[in-house]
Design a protein around this ligand. Structure first.
Ligand code: S3P
Length: 436
């Protein structure tokens, strides 16, 4: 990573045209994982060529899985079966990816061999107790650094037993870690959620032929089956599209078409919130492809009003708050966010980073432990920190579109973890992002 990558973003005019957003990060991680431990050859199309998802593919290559890249965004995975992974010869580097590390912890907990998962500076600060505790209660042995922080050292050779649990945090990563460990466990595992979260692991297990029952906020499966290779079509990532939805909404005169975006309802909380604020976004040509609902999203400029963000929508838009902060900064009236304490343990403390950066640009933000109140105003010039957090960097690039001056954003290299080529695609639609 290049920590010195600095971007500037400034107003240029309306956004227009059509954009193809890269593949979904959550789906890409899971597709590699399940294909790797399935029997047979799976083809993944629309794979996200981001650093996070490539790190997951590299992890399985390290464990003896042959993964071909016939063309960019395509992978052929030669699955080795549930018990076919080989012991990695070195520690597995998950990079910046919380999803990679937490899901791998579950998948590796029931292997016959030892493994170690490590990450970059940001990932090394992220809480792992939430996966360690349920996995240990299934019989896994996992050591971590002080405070349940990475690296995770997973001792193999333990036999796991199914559990019934309700994790304290609403987290698809925690749910998925438990479900992946449950593939290797004796008996049945049931996960109930305090609020429903994205269900890609459940849907994909079903697509790979594993018997599973699930509904909104719960999932149940038993060990002792096999995964059969299948082809996966990865939709465009709604969380990446979110920056363009907000950008076109707040930039006068804009009209932008985003093609084939995944609109799984567990991901589209921002769509609902932007509509409550007055946004003009239309779903065109909805189709189900690879078991996932996709649509083209047509977004036109609209005047926004501030709202109290419904708490029930928080998990469905957990990655979209940096973009929402920018929309709220230029809405008419105050926006209040509550019940979003999880934002403090993402790639950065997103409540703090957005509050600090917006304050630098002249917007008043009152932080609370689990949210913020944003009083809109005029976005001005300034230099803000992204803290190496991809979504903070992209959110401030969007802020630049409606700033009266130049927004300078420090530490932007990690945008490549989820959205390689964001600046080029954005500039093609009417942004003015430059490397400083
Ligand atoms: C993800 C779940 C969310 C989200 C992350 C991806 C996943 O994390 O923030 O970017 O793929 O399961 P939590 O499950 O920790 O909320």
């Amino acid at each position: 990573m290049n920590p010195s990558l600095v971007w500037t973003s400034r107003a240029r005019g309306p956004l227009h045209g059509a954009a193809v957003i890269p593949g979904d990060k959550s789906v890409s991680h899971r597709a590699i994982m399940l294909a790797a431990i399935a029997q047979g050859r799976s083809r993944i199309t629309g794979f996200l060529e981001g650093e996070d998802t490539r790190a997951t593919a590299a992890a399985f290559a390290q464990m003896g899985v042959w993964i071909e890249t016939p063309s960019p965004s395509e992978r052929i995975v030669h699955g080795v079966g549930l018990r076919g992974l080989r012991a990695p010869q070195a520690s597995i580097d998950c990079g910046n990816a919380g999803t990679g590390m937490r899901l791998l912890a579950g998948l590796l907990a029931g292997q016959a061999f030892d493994s170690e998962l490590r990450g970059d500076a940001s990932l090394s600060r992220r809480p792992m107790r939430r996966v360690i505790e349920p996995l240990v209660s299934m019989g896994a042995e996992i050591e971590s650094d002080e405070g349940a922080l990475p690296p995770l050292r997973i001792r193999g050779g333990h036999s796991l037993a199914g559990i019934s649990c309700t994790p304290a945090v609403a987290s698809a990563q925690v749910k998925s870690a438990i479900l992946l460990a449950a593939l290797y466990a004796h008996g049945t595992t049931v996960v109930r959620e305090v609020r429903p979260t994205r269900d890609y692991t459940e849907r994909m297990l079903e697509a790979f032929g594993w018997p599973i029952e699930f509904g909104s906020g719960w999932a149940r499966l038993a060990g002792g089956h096999a995964l059969a290779a299948t082809d996966v079509v990865v939709p465009a990532d709604f969380s990446s599209a979110a920056f363009f939805l907000v950008a076109a909404t707040i930039t006068p005169g804009s009209s932008l078409l985003l093609r084939s975006v995944g609109i799984n309802p567990r991901r589209t909380g921002l769509l609902e919130v932007l509509r409550l604020m007055g946004a003009d976004i239309t779903e065109i040509n909805p189709v189900v492809r690879g078991g996932e609902l996709l649509a083209d999203l047509q977004v036109r400029h609209a005047a926004l009003r501030g709202i109290d963000v419904p708490e029930a929508l928080v998990p469905d838009m957990i990655d979209e708050f940096p973009a929402l902060f920018v929309a709220a900064s230029v809405a008419a009236g105050t926006t209040r966010i509550r019940g979003a304490a999880e934002l403090r343990v993402k790639e950065s403390d997103r409540l703090a980073m957005m509050a600090r950066g917006l304050a630098t640009l002249g917007i008043e933000v009152d932080e609370s432990p689990d949210g913020a109140t944003i009083t809109p105003g005029t976005l001005g010039a300034g230099r803000v920190e992204s803290a190496g957090d991809h979504r903070i960097a992209m959110a401030f690039a969007v802020a630049g579109l409606v700033s009266t001056g130049i927004v300078t954003i420090n530490d932007c290299a990690n945008v490549a973890t989820s959205f390689p080529g964001f600046d080029v695609l954005a500039n093609g639609c009417g942004f003015d992002i430059r490397v400083a």
